[in-house]
Design a protein around this ligand. Structure first.
Ligand SMILES: [Fe+2]
Length: 244
């Protein structure tokens, strides 16, 4: 499996504290069947992440993990805030694209209810040849979330759900509703550390998806085909449509 959302680069944003932590996260990944991880440091005004350094940091982490005998491979990426995405130039967008595929940008919506600004960001990326993978729908559970995610999906975006929220006490009911509405496309761990919080685990979020009848023929697409296409930079069309 491929984890499309993980803060595994050491000592950079609010993710892994140091190389030991990154290595422990890579071990979690191996134990949970995750073979590739997109490193997605925050590209946001409150984190000092230099986009030009990401590729070298990923190379260094891969070399260190190989030295430690870890099999997990780290790919480039970034979690780009809605508020900053329009200020990135095309080469910066390519540098933070998931897997370095040059096509898919992991987009973090602004806090609060989803606004028209997110749609503008998705359309702006599309005009520049990029597609949006929208993160953290669980932060925006509200009356208009379903309709807005449906519209964004029809505009070419896909939705990435934090796997642990599918089974989280507070969010699980809402997330299952999202899945039933046809606006859950891929899972990511959004793990920040092996010491605290969510583990590097995708499978944890799958069980509830098997409860959604129309999704069951598409679990393989959700878990394998779509993430692989995203990191290759391919166009991806979901095999099911939003119901909202
Ligand atoms: Fe994140």
């Amino acid at each position: 499996m491929i984890d499309l959302h993980c803060h595994i680069l050491p000592g950079l944003d609010d993710g892994a504290s140091d190389l030991d932590d990154s290595a422990a996260m890579a071990e979690q990944a191996e134990l949970n069947g995750v073979t590739q991880i997109c490193a997605t440091p925050h590209i946001r005004h409150d984190h000092d992440v230099r986009i030009a350094e990401i590729a070298d940091r990923v190379d260094a982490l891969n070399a260190a993990l190989a030295n430690l005998g870890r099999q997990t491979r780290i790919l480039t990426g970034g979690e780009v805030a809605e508020s900053i995405v329009e200020h990135l130039d095309d080469s910066e967008l390519r540098a933070v694209s998931l897997g370095g595929g040059g096509r898919w940008v992991l987009l973090e919506p602004a806090p609060g209810p989803l606004s028209d600004g997110l749609g503008a960001a998705v359309r702006g990326l599309e005009r520049r040849g990029f597609r949006s993978l929208i993160a953290h729908p669980e932060r925006h559970l509200g009356l208009d979330l379903f309709e807005r995610l449906g519209a964004l999906t029809r505009a070419g975006a896909l939705v990435q759900v934090t796997a642990a929220t599918m089974v989280d006490h507070a969010a699980a009911v809402g997330m299952l509703q999202l899945a039933r509405a046809g606006v859950v496309h891929v899972l990511g761990s959004d793990a920040h550390s092996a010491k605290i919080g969510r583990p590097v685990d995708i499978a944890i979020g799958l069980e509830p998806l098997w409860e959604v009848d129309f999704l069951t023929p598409h679990i393989e697409w959700i878990v394998h085909q779509a993430p692989a296409a995203i990191v290759r930079g391919d166009d991806v069309e979901p095999p099911y449509r939003p119901l909202t």
